[in-house]
Each structure stands twice: as C-alpha cells, then as structure tokens.
Write a protein that binds this ligand. Structure first.
Ligand SMILES: [Zn+2]
Length: 212
C-alpha cells in the first residue's frame, strides 16, 4: 500500500475532527500531501469517519488522478488540490462544517480579532469567501483568494477550511476557529463586542512571525 503512515494519519485526523464536534455524519473532509512524491491523501466520499481505515483513504496525483484507493475521493477534491497547487507551504487541509463559524458566515464578512487566540492560531481576523457551489474548482479558487496570509478561511454558508504544515496543525486551527466563532457569537448576543485595536493586532501578529 502506498503512503501507509500518511493515510493512517488522515484517517485518525478525520476521526478527531468528528470527535471535536466540527462535523456530523459524513460531512467535512481532510487531506495531506506527501512532500517526497507530491501525492495527496484524501478522505473518501460519504464514509462514516469511525469506519475509515488507511486503505479507504484515496491517494491522488496533484492533477487529481486516483493513484491508489478502493473508494471514491471526497467531492471536495478540487478544493484540496487548489491549495496544494498554489501553495507549496501547505501540507495539510481540513474542511469542516463547524456550526458557529458557518452560522457567522451567513451574516458577517469575517470573524474579527476579538481574541488573541485567533491571531496566534490563524494569523488574524478570518475572512469569509463569497458563496460558490460545493465541489467546484471555483470554490477552491475563491477560498485561496480570500485566505491571504491567514491559516483559515470560512466558505460562506458552507464551512471552514484550515491549512497547515501538518495535519495536527490544520486540525488545531479548525478547533481554534470554531472556538473563536462560538465565543464571538455569544458576545454578539450580549451586545457590541470589543475588538482588539489594529496596533494590538499588529503586535500579536509580530509575536507569531508575521511581518506587517
Ligand atoms: Zn463541505
């Protein structure tokens, strides 16, 4: 079997995404790129995450051809491949339907820097990419354009995408994004939330290595 360790890691991360409450049923999908071969391991379409074994994780070429796997790849294959094609720094992509982040995207154009953690985990305010049809090339290109130098983006009326240099980092960011969305939603119910100043945002970004 090709890339057994990476496929196991994809299957385990998918289970953790489910356990963290970021998806229900078979929604959401996860991928990782093998830096050596350049191949991408992607979760299968429509499978209960508790039942996904490494051999169910589909290995794809960067052009989207199935190299190995006995299942159909996730329908969001174009979204994952768009990131790997355009961003050599990205080795993992996590897509969830996390409820609070998705709900906010139906009303607001971003999740602002209302907490330091959103800057530490995601690089700043998290943008919302305008709605496009799931499973299309356009969805991937819209997400790429919106994400800029952040580590996460919300697909309007759909869900979140977080990226990283490892599956652990990308999943951690998905959890941090949903936490920030949850807390910001609570604050919105109480009144007008205080948001960190541009100066404080810049200072915290500098702490985690951003230049401006
Ligand atoms: Zn989705």
């Amino acid at each position: 079997m090709l890339l057994p360790e990476l496929r196991l890691e994809v299957a385990e991360t998918a289970r953790n995404m489910f356990r963290w409450g970021l998806v229900r049923g078979t929604s959401g999908n996860i991928s990782a790129r093998d830096p050596g071969s350049g191949h991408v391991a992607l979760t299968p379409s429509g499978m209960d995450y508790e039942k996904v074994h490494p051999e169910d994780v589909v290995v794809l070429s960067i052009d989207g051809e199935v190299i190995e796997g006995n299942r159909r790849p996730s329908v969001e294959k174009p979204l994952h491949l768009a990131f790997y094609r355009a961003r050599p720094d990205v080795l993992a992509v996590v897509h969830t339907h996390a409820p609070y982040a998705t709900a906010l995207s139906m009303v607001y154009p971003e999740i602002p820097t209302a907490m330091p953690e959103i800057i530490f985990a995601l690089g700043g305010s998290v943008p919302v990419a305008p709605y496009t049809t799931p499973g299309t090339e356009k969805l991937g290109l819209g997400a790429l354009e919106a994400i800029g130098d952040r580590k996460g983006v919300i697909l309007q009326n759909h869900g979140t995408v977080t990226i990283g240099e490892s599956l652990d980092r990308a999943l951690h960011r998905a959890v941090a994004l949903e936490d920030a969305a949850y807390i910001y939603s609570l604050a919105l119910q109480l009144g007008k939330p205080f948001v960190l100043s541009a100066e404080e945002t810049r200072a915290l970004r500098a702490k985690v290595g951003y230049k401006d």
